[in-house]
Design a protein around this ligand. Structure first.
Ligand SMILES: NC(=O)c1ccc[n+]([C@@H]2O[C@H](COP(=O)([O-])OP(=O)(O)OC[C@H]3O[C@@H](n4cnc5c(N)ncnc54)[C@H](OP(=O)(O)O)[C@@H]3O)[C@@H](O)[C@H]2O)c1
Length: 317
């Protein structure tokens, strides 16, 4: 079945019965995480909604239940900017003995002011990449025990702003730039998915990275006039350099969340583990990064291994 940039969550899930399948979704209390929860629950999936703020999670679950009265939801709290919180959740989850069929690493923070996680990592790298890396590493036994398991990492077309920086991941020696930091963290999300696809292939686990499109969500909470201007300037520069179209084509939340639920459920991606997905399809290397194209550096397996080793070093020290 072929879908496109306008396809919605309900369209890509049409006809699927997900009862008996258990999804764990980070950042489930707003935006794309909440819409993915609603859509998957409407098709019978059991969802573990993870959020850092239990009150927000309760409110989001109430909205999902208003739309899907028999939604099978359980809620838990994880702050991805705090390793103690991640480790405590993972311990609770593993003690419960439940497997995971699909882990969707969806939470994210974008272009925030310079800051640090509880463990001293730069906030965007620490939350978007290291937090999800640690969560995934700890939950791996539950994922491996899942039925036809998959891991989906939310990346972004913003990976095109910058490759990862393995020498100075926390901006200790480089001036902080909020967009470069976001771009690096989203390249890291894609390289993490690539590394997972290779490392867990023997255990039958499939992994993907997903660019959802551009959707008005709470993600833009840190965008001031200056950062907006920088975003427009980057888009103009890229258009002039590549001849690709300038500007952004906005999607609704239902269209934005469609690619992650597609990557999480579609039979069409089974042979393409490790791939960057966008617009409910496989991404195109060298294509328009503002659409479904991606930069070749996120397909570099040795770079993915180096990022893996660096992440382990940082998390284990
Ligand atoms: N919207 C877009 O245009 C777009 C484009 C490309 C990629 N993406 C990616 O899509 C994903 C979902 O974003 P969204 O658009 O749905 O934005 P959103 O509504 O802001 O959702 C992001 C979620 O992540 C959570 N989060 C942030 N920091 C966290 C932390 N330390 N611990 C736990 N949860 C945390 C937020 O919780 P709080 O509310 O508590 O902060 C929020 O629920 C992100 O990974 C983003 O990078 C979005």
């Amino acid at each position: 079945m072929t879908f496109n940039h306008e396809s919605t969550t309900d369209e890509v899930l049409d006809g699927l019965d997900l009862s008996g399948r258990r999804f764990v979704i980070t950042g489930a209390a707003s935006g794309l995480g909440e819409e993915s929860t609603r859509a998957l629950a409407a098709h019978g999936a059991s969802i573990v909604m993870l959020a850092r703020d239990p009150a927000k999670n309760d409110e989001a679950a109430a909205r999902v239940r208003a739309a899907v009265p028999d939604a099978d939801l359980s809620l838990d709290t994880v702050d991805l900017a705090d390793l103690a919180s991640i480790r405590s959740f993972a311990g609770r989850y593993l003690d419960g003995g439940q497997s995971i069929d699909v882990l969707i690493n969806n939470a994210g923070v974008m272009a925030c002011p310079f800051g640090h996680t509880a463990d001293g990592f730069e906030m965007q790298f620490g939350t978007n990449h290291l937090g999800h890396f640690e969560l995934t590493r700890l939950l791996e036994p539950a994922v491996v025990a899942g039925d036809r398991p998959r891991i989906v990492n939310l990346t972004s077309s913003a990976h095109g702003i910058s490759d990862v920086d393995l020498e100075d991941p926390n901006f200790e020696h480089t001036d902080y730039d909020a967009w470069i930091s976001y771009g690096r963290s989203k390249s890291a999300n894609a390289l993490h998915a690539l590394a997972l696809s290779r490392r867990l292939a023997g255990d039958g686990v499939l992994a993907y990275s997903v660019h959802p499109g551009v959707i008005m969500t709470n993600l833009g909470r840190h965008l001031n006039d200056d950062l907006m201007q920088q975003m427009m300037d980057r888009s103009k520069e890229r258009a002039a350099k590549t001849g690709q179209p300038e500007g952004f084509q906005f999607k609704s939340a239902e269209q934005g969340a469609a690619t992650q639920v597609w990557a999480a459920t579609s039979a069409d991606v089974v042979e393409h583990s490790g791939t960057y997905c966008a617009d409910c399809g496989l991404g195109v290397e060298g294509g328009n990064v503002g659409g479904n194209g991606f930069e070749p550096y996120i397909t570099d397996a040795s770079r993915a291994d180096e990022l893996w080793a660096l992440s382990e070093r940082l998390l284990d020290s």
